[in-house]
Design a protein around this ligand. Structure first.
Ligand SMILES: [Cu+2]
Length: 210
C-alpha cells in the first residue's frame, strides 16, 4: 500500500496557488485530469483543480480578494489496479491493470484507496483555521463508480449552492465550492459521510482557534 505524493495527486493543489491568477467569472473551478488514457491517468494521480475567477477578483499574489484562506479537498477513491504503476507496485509482471479490474473484483476491492488529497486513514493534515476568517473550500472527487461522496464538517457550516449546510454532495468528477466562516473553536472532524468511505479512512481533523 502506498500514498500518492503531492507530485502525483496534488498537482492541482499547487496549481491552486500558481494558477489562481488565471481568471474567469465567479471562481469557476476546473477539475483537470490527464486525457491520455483517462482512467489510468486519474488513478495514477494525474488529476487536480485549477481555480479561476473574474478579472480583478484576485490580489497580486493570486488569492481571491473575498476570502482569507483557500483549501482544496479531493475526496477520491483511487483504484490502484488501474494505476500506471500497478504492475510495478503489485509485483505482478505481465498482467495489465485493466485485466486485474475486470477479471478479479475481489482482488480489486482491497486496492481501492479512500483518500482525501491522496492520503488515506485520516492522515491528511488540514491547516489551522481562525474563527471569523473567510475560508473557501474547493471540493472535488474522482471518476470511479464509487466516487459518490458527502463532504461533511463537524462544528462548522458552509454556504454552498445558495444554501447553508454542513454537508456537500459530490458525484464522480464533481467540483463544488463552499464558503465557511469558522465560529466554533476546537478540533473537528472533516470526512466523507458515506459510511464505507468514512470507515475506510476518508477523514481528517480540522482545528479552529479563537
Ligand atoms: Cu466518500
Amino acid at each position: 500500500m502506498r500514498r500518492f505524493t503531492p507530485v502525483e495527486l496534488a498537482i492541482g493543489v499547487a496549481l491552486a496557488g500558481s494558477l489562481a491568477a488565471v481568471t474567469i467569472p465567479a471562481f469557476v473551478r476546473e477539475l483537470h485530469a490527464s486525457h491520455f488514457v483517462e482512467p489510468t491517468d486519474i488513478n495514477t494521480g494525474l488529476v487536480g483543480p485549477i481555480i479561476v475567477g473574474a478579472k480583478g477578483a484576485f490580489r497580486p499574489d493570486g488569492t481571491p480578494k473575498d476570502v482569507d484562506r483557500e483549501i482544496v479537498a479531493d475526496l477520491a477513491i483511487f483504484d490502484e489496479t488501474r494505476s500506471a504503476y500497478a504492475e510495478a507496485n503489485l509485483n505482478l509482471p505481465g498482467r495489465r491493470p485493466f485485466d486485474l479490474k475486470t477479471t478479479d473484483p475481489t482482488f480489486r476491492e482491497q486496492y481501492l484507496m479512500y483518500t482525501i488529497n491522496g492520503l488515506i486513514e485520516g492522515n491528511l493534515t488540514l491547516p489551522t483555521l481562525k474563527a471569523g476568517e473567510r475560508v473557501r473550500w474547493y471540493l472535488m472527487s474522482n471518476s470511479n463508480e464509487e466516487d459518490v461522496h458527502a463532504a461533511h464538517w463537524h462544528g462548522q457550516t458552509v454556504v454552498a449552492m445558495h444554501m447553508r449546510t454542513d454537508t456537500v454532495p459530490l458525484g464522480p468528477m464533481a467540483m463544488m465550492v463552499a464558503d465557511m466562516v469558522p465560529d466554533t473553536p476546537g478540533v473537528w472532524l472533516f470526512h466523507c459521510h458515506v459510511d464505507e468511505h468514512y470507515e475506510r479512512g476518508m477523514q481528517a481533523l480540522m482545528r479552529v482557534v479563537p
